[in-house]
Design a protein around this ligand. Structure first.
Ligand code: NDP
Length: 247
């Protein structure tokens, strides 16, 4: 259980982030949602979370902007008292073959998925050190482990998240802080709904468990990694992909 813990989830308004926020709340954690999208949607999720009997705080924040990140983290601390669990979930895609991918497409995806994750960790790093406890969970992707045609920017960003995860795990291990990554496969969310559905259907035929994942499949692992039971796991990258990418 996560009673008395405070979790911050980026991109928590919808999709996988929303499922993680609700799951952690169902285990007793208070939840802060930072999302660049509509505050109304974040507030809707926060209201659902409050319905589970815990506290929830939502704010707009573009995680690529360090001033916004530090201001939002300060608001979270003011509203809820601190952060024990950081879930770096916010992410975007701008899929195109590398031939057609613009430098701006590349920068935009690297900026949210990799730099944004770094900025969130940086903003809470000193707090975690002082508290001598904490959990950092980064949402990577199997694209970052195996590559994916049309995702040069996205797979590079997620491979970067894996390197970042292992480095932070090493830097903070002596302070009893763990940092792990989850690598989802194909999960039913607005992100995959916007993909080419024929290509997606074709890819799903190669999933050994014969179905796309649900946001809750990812949330279940996030809740475990956030728990005391996962205290001896750090620097790990764990797939939630129905067996799609077995190494
Ligand atoms: P969604 O697009 O459904 O949700 C992502 C959320 O992140 C949105 O609410 C979005 O807000 C927010 N966001 C985007 N950019 C920023 C930003 N700069 N600052 C703060 N918030 C931002 O995505 P998913 O739920 O599908 O994906 C969640 C994570 O899981 C991502 O990191 C993704 O790469 C990863 N993943 C997803 C897979 C899938 O199959 N769905 C597979 C593997 C990994 P806005 O309204 O502004 O877009």
């Amino acid at each position: 259980m996560l009673n008395g813990k405070i979790a911050l989830v980026t991109g928590g308004a919808r999709g996988i982030g929303r499922a993680i926020a609700l799951k952690l709340a169902s285990q007793g954690a208070d939840i802060a949602i930072l999302d660049a999208g509509s505050l109304e949607l974040s507030e809707q999720t926060a209201e659902e979370i409050r319905g589970l009997g815990v506290r929830a705080f939502a704010a707009r924040c573009d995680i690529t902007d360090y001033d916004q990140v530090t201001a939002a983290v300060a608001q979270v601390k003011e509203a809820l008292g601190g952060v024990d669990i950081l879930v770096n979930n916010a992410g975007i895609t701008r899929d195109k073959l590398a031939l057609r991918m613009t430098p701006e497409d590349f920068d935009a995806v690297l900026s949210v998925n990799l730099k944004g994750t770094f900025l969130m960790i940086k903003a809470l790093y000193a707090d975690f050190m002082r508290r001598r406890s904490g959990r950092i969970i980064n949402i990577a992707s199997i694209s970052g482990l195996m590559g994916n045609a049309g995702q040069a920017n996205y797979s590079a960003s997620k491979a970067g998240v894996v390197g970042l995860t292992k480095t932070i795990a090493r830097e903070l291990a002596s302070r009893n802080i763990t940092c792990n990554a989850i690598a989802p496969g194909f999960i039913e969310t607005p992100m995959t709904a916007s993909m080419n559905q024929d290509a997606l259907e074709e890819a799903c035929k190669s999933i050994p468990l014969r179905r796309m994942g649900k946001p809750e499949d990812v949330a279940n692992l996030a809740a475990f990694l956030a728990s005391d039971d996962a205290g001896y796991i750090t620097g790990s990258v764990i797939n939630v992909d129905g067996g799609f990418f077995m190494r």
